[in-house]
Design a protein around this ligand. Sequence first.
Ligand code: PGA
Length: 249
Amino acid sequence: MRKKIIAGNWKMNMTPSEAKALCETLKPLVAGSSADIVFCVPAIDIVPVVEAVRGTNIRVGGENLYFEDKGAYTGEISADMLKDAGAEYVIIGHSERRGYFAESDADINKKLKKALEKGLNPIVCCGESLEQREQGICFDWIRMQLKIAFDGISKEDAEKVVIAYEPIWAIGTGKTASADQAEEVCAAIRELISELYGAKTAECIRIQYGGSMNAGNCRELLGKPNIDGGLIGGASLKAEFGEIANSGR
Ligand code: PGA
């Protein structure tokens, strides 16, 4: 039985002081959750958030990393920096990184390899645009994204990866994929992992849905057999995140 993983993606929200206050609000609300709880926060918030959630069931993650170890890469964050600051997870290849910052599938593959080499738990995002869905190439597109992301990754490492299926048209739009649409794609992703690594790896890898998940729709989405959690943007900044965290119980 796969343990659910409910992760917040704070995006570019919360100053360090606001972050500490949000942690105080959310800590008691997620304390009883049977899922893994992760707050993926802006780099500057990692240290204060790690401090604020110490001793609780909340783990902390970054929202991005760079694939080189160190050096002249102004503005970038390394895996060692994330780890030393106390982050245990990292989001890789979010559609906003791909779209606004021109991250390629090849970059995402390098980032995934670096995160695994350094012992960070990666959350790798994939997802189609509305146009791609309407063109009927959703599955082909996601298979391509994931095949490149996992290129050269061992079976042992693949099992440590969390995949987040996030249809771009559902992110921040209030337009959620229906539970059946989300399940269909998550099942296809599991099928791809089975093709690449075999049935056992496919059985244990966790696949999240992300895109306007909220307290109202989370039960139906998380009730689907191939949806093992959520990557939550807008609703992770509110007390509502506590309801999502507890919806699996
Ligand atoms: P949303 O964001 O929940 O605000 O749609 C999800 C995400 O981008 O990870």
